[in-house]
Design a protein around this ligand. Structure first.
Ligand code: GLA
Length: 376
């Protein structure tokens, strides 16, 4: 799709965050994931400026970044701007002309809450570049460019889920993504009797980045030992028989990935046929597999999930995202969703002394472009 010509006053790109419903730590194992885009978003307002420079400012962060997109952009920044600068570099390398612009970034997506604020920022900037140049990459290429920016410029070896979810989301649907073939199936999630909620635990452990890279390595090593290209190739029917030669930790990691891939399929089928009770149960199983076998939860998130799963009207709740804090995703009965959320927040506070924040969200679409209001 060729983007529309921007208005003279400039334009605003909105890119939504995502919550992963199921399929955690499976994307970098070539497996299956099922995220959806959520209402909170990153917004980039793009306006002309006279020189050829791009100036990036973010309402949520100190400082600004001024870059000359006609010169090679090098990784090495340590601030928030490494994400957008990485994206500009990706487009420059693909011969997109990037004119000078002021880019103001604002977001109602919490940073570090496991809701892909970085992917939303990357995709918003990518959409801005495409809008300015009047040509667009195929959405799959666009998502991969954003992932590459995160790898090269932010040093985060993330899988493909977040950028795909933010780029390819469709309103009223979750995305079932095969991370090997990159095939996307949009699964309708618009039954008015159920709601999806996101609950931020208010906890973020520093372990997250290091442990993420460690899990990736453990999975790589386990796949090598099992003689498969990736853990995706270990069939649930072969497991656990094939795990005999693995170390304890490796066996647990593989057990999670193999069972989680099977759960994504069952979850998608349950949602598709409207069996939300079953879908909720599968989410709960996913959580305890992540906690016990993959060991990426933490006591606070376990307490949050345990509290949520005791509340009437909650069909299922699990941790979501990379882990070690962040948030949980819940499937709830819509008519009691607000009361259930209040109860979860109260019970979590009683259990941990911490304050969680939750909200109900509809499944949203991919990035949108609209004219900017005249500058004030
Ligand atoms: C982070 C990464 C994703 C994915 C999840 C775990 O959010 O960015 O690619 O690996 O962790 O499922």
């Amino acid at each position: 799709m060729v983007p529309a010509v921007p208005a003279a006053s400039g334009f605003v790109v909105t890119a939504h965050g995502r919550v992963n419903l199921i399929g955690e730590h499976t994307d970098y194992n070539d497996g299956f994931v099922m995220p959806m885009a959520i209402e909170p978003a990153v917004r980039c307002t793009v306006r002309r400026r006279g020189d050829g420079l791009v100036r990036l400012r973010s309402a949520g962060h100190e400082g600004e970044a001024v870059v000359d997109p006609s010169r090679p952009l090098e990784p090495g920044r340590r601030d928030w701007a490494r994400y957008p600068v990485g994206v500009l570099d990706g487009y420059a390398a693909r011969w997109f002309a990037i004119p000078g612009r002021d880019v103001e970034i604002a977001a109602d997506l919490p940073v570090g809450g496991g809701l892909s604020s970085s992917a939303a920022l990357e995709v918003a900037v990518a959409t801005a570049v495409e809008t300015l140049s009047g040509r667009a990459l195929d959405p799959v290429e666009k998502a991969l460019l954003c992932q590459e920016a995160e790898h090269r410029f932010a040093g985060v070896p993330c899988g493909i889920m977040d950028q795909f979810a933010v780029t390819l989301a469709r309103p009223g649907h979750a995305l079932l993504l095969d991370c090997r073939s990159r095939a996307v199936t949009h699964v309708a999630l618009a039954d008015p009797s159920v709601a999806v909620a996101v609950i931020d635990s208010g906890v973020k452990h520093d372990l997250a980045a290091g442990e993420y890279a460690r899990r990736r390595d453990e999975c790589r090593r386990a796949a090598d030992r099992l003689g498969v290209g990736s853990l995706r190739d270990v069939a649930a029917s072969d497991w656990p028989a094939r795990g005999a030669g693995l170390a304890d930790d490796e066996r647990k990691r593989v057990a999670h990935v193999v069972s989680e891939n099977a759960r994504v399929q069952s979850f998608a089928a349950s949602v598709d046929c409207g069996d939300f009770v079953r879908a909720g149960r599968i989410m709960v199983e996913s959580h305890w597999s992540l906690s016990r076998d993959y060991e990426v939860s933490c006591p606070e998130i376990d307490a949050l999930v345990a509290a949520a799963n005791r509340v009437p009207g909650v069909l299922g709740c699990r941790m979501t995202g990379g882990g070690f804090g962040g948030g949980a995703a819940a499937l709830l009965r819509a008519d009691t969703a607000t009361a259930a959320l209040e109860r979860i927040v109260a019970d979590y506070h009683t259990a941990t002394g911490r304050v969680a924040r939750g909200f109900v969200t509809a499944p949203c679409g991919g990035p949108e472009v609209a004219p900017a209001a005249p500058a004030g």
